[in-house]
Design a protein around this ligand. Structure first.
Ligand code: AMP
Length: 248
């Protein structure tokens, strides 16, 4: 069984993102960049599938500039067997990323792709669904529990109404929700071992995929400052305060 796992490099979740003065984007100079948290969960789940005894090869995949190698090395230290960097300096949008994964799935003959439910930079929440459509295979999005038996995955999904349990046949796409697992910490000896694990670099053009962004970001701005809360003495004062703000 072969599992591809998406490893996107994003601004670390603990960083307060600053918009550039000219509104052309967000500042990444000197900013801590990490693996998208949902992708760490995706990798952890692949590792657990392997640890439960299924003979599995885990391939970490990142699409982006050469520096993404750092995050791929971390994925290798966590336990991925090998990594693929699809190098490009282009602006990445979900359809293009899904096309790249589709091409790799065919080349690698993958049985399962585990992606995050969303990347915390753009919050698109689209890549997994688009990949399933391109690949014409089942998808189990927002997974909070995954069980594999033979060639069938039983996936508990977090949906608006609560939890839903579905069964999907492999090959398939899973996207991870926060409660699926808690990713392991990387240990020093594993970081050393990861240096010798294979990391293949491909150019986007080698996959026959042309970057053709469908969206253009014209301007970035910080969200408006939040107004502080206000305590009121009783219900009439609450109604008066809401009327004052034009809510009622
Ligand atoms: P999105 O649809 O952009 O919110 O991303 C959903 C998931 O797709 C992410 O959590 C990753 O697993 C995967 N993904 C998106 N962009 C990339 C990328 N550039 N490299 C690797 N995986 C990616």
């Amino acid at each position: 069984m072969k599992i591809l796992v998406g490893i996107k490099r994003v601004i670390d979740f603990s960083v307060r993102v600053q918009v550039k003065k000219d509104g052309s984007g967000v500042n990444t100079d000197g900013v801590k960049l990490s693996i998208n948290p949902f992708d760490e969960i995706a990798l952890e789940e692949a590792l657990r599938i392997r640890e439960r005894g299924t003979q599995t090869e885990i391939v970490a995949v990142s699409i982006g500039p050469a520096d993404c190698q750092q995050q791929l090395r971390t994925a290798l230290a966590m336990g991925a067997d090998r990594a693929i960097l699809v190098e490009t300096g282009e602006v990445l949008q979900p359809l293009m990323v899904a096309r790249v994964f589709h091409e790799l799935v065919k080349r690698e003959d993958a049985d399962l792709v585990i992606l995050g439910k969303q990347a915390i930079d753009d919050d698109f929440n689209q890549t997994g669904q688009m990949l399933a459509a391109l690949w014409d295979r089942p998808q189990a999005t927002f997974a909070s529990k995954v069980e594999l038996k033979d060639k069938t995955l039983t996936v508990t999904r977090e949906v608006d109404a609560g939890l839903e349990v579905i069964a999907v046949d492999l090959p398939a796409v899973i996207t991870t929700d926060l409660r699926l697992n808690t990713p392991r910490f990387v240990k020093m000896p594993d970081i050393m071992k990861a240096r010798n694990k294979p990391l293949q670099t491909l150019k986007l053009e080698e996959l026959g995929i042309a970057a053709a962004p469908k969206l253009e970001a014209k301007h970035y701005a910080s969200p408006p400052q939040r107004m502080g809360g206000k305590k009121v003495a009783d219900v009439p004062a609450l109604i008066a305060a809401l009327k004052e703000r034009g809510v009622l």
